[in-house]
Design a protein around this ligand. Sequence first.
Ligand SMILES: C[S@@+](CC[C@H](N)C(=O)[O-])C[C@H]1O[C@@H](n2cnc3c(N)ncnc32)[C@H](O)[C@@H]1O
Length: 212
Amino acid sequence: MMTNYETYRLNFEKEVQPLIKEMEAYAEKQFIPIMDRIGIETFISLLTIQKPTTLLEIGSAIGYSAIRLAQADSQLHIATIERDEERHAKAVHYIERAKLNDRISLFKDDALTLDTTSLPFACFDACFIDAAKGQYKRFFEKYEPLVKTGGIIYCDNMFMHGLVFLEDQEVPKRSRTMIRNLKAFTKWIMDNPEYETSLLPVGDGILIARKN
Ligand SMILES: C[S@@+](CC[C@H](N)C(=O)[O-])C[C@H]1O[C@@H](n2cnc3c(N)ncnc32)[C@H](O)[C@@H]1O
């Protein structure tokens, strides 16, 4: 007779892992920017320490991070927002195949204009911002009131593949405003006394801001 752990591993290797690999291959082929392996594994570890039961994600893309996080913690409920129609449709498809519809609520909307009363929870233990990098401050200001005191806001791609370390004139023109905004957001949140903030130099840079 198999132990619970053996059953879990068998199920993970046979069903879960192939789906994850398929999603990674799809994202690579279609140039969809999902969290990198080191980033997602680190984020899963951070959530194992924080143990949120509710998480709001801004920027689902094809549902990769939401699925990985929900698989890693069977108590976690996720609401996730994606504005792109095609990516949203793909996320619906993958979340169904992962059999996680009961714990992942997906919204097809612009997170900057979404009516927050339509979300499944009035407040969240954690928020993960992973959408348009030049808009991080706007996402933060809109969604931070929904995060509980003591809750944590995480942001990915804080380094933007190294572009934030360049001087302004060295940044390609098309990315300049976005990088300026991202740098200004980083300074603003690091100096914000309402948050305990650190910047983890793993993956593409993960910001962790705990609400005091
Ligand atoms: C980096 S991808 C998200 C990756 C995903 N979190 C993962 O790791 O699997 C960013 C996504 O945010 C979406 N996005 C950008 N701005 C948005 C907005 N204002 N509202 C909703 N989604 C947005 C983009 O369409 C894109 O699919």
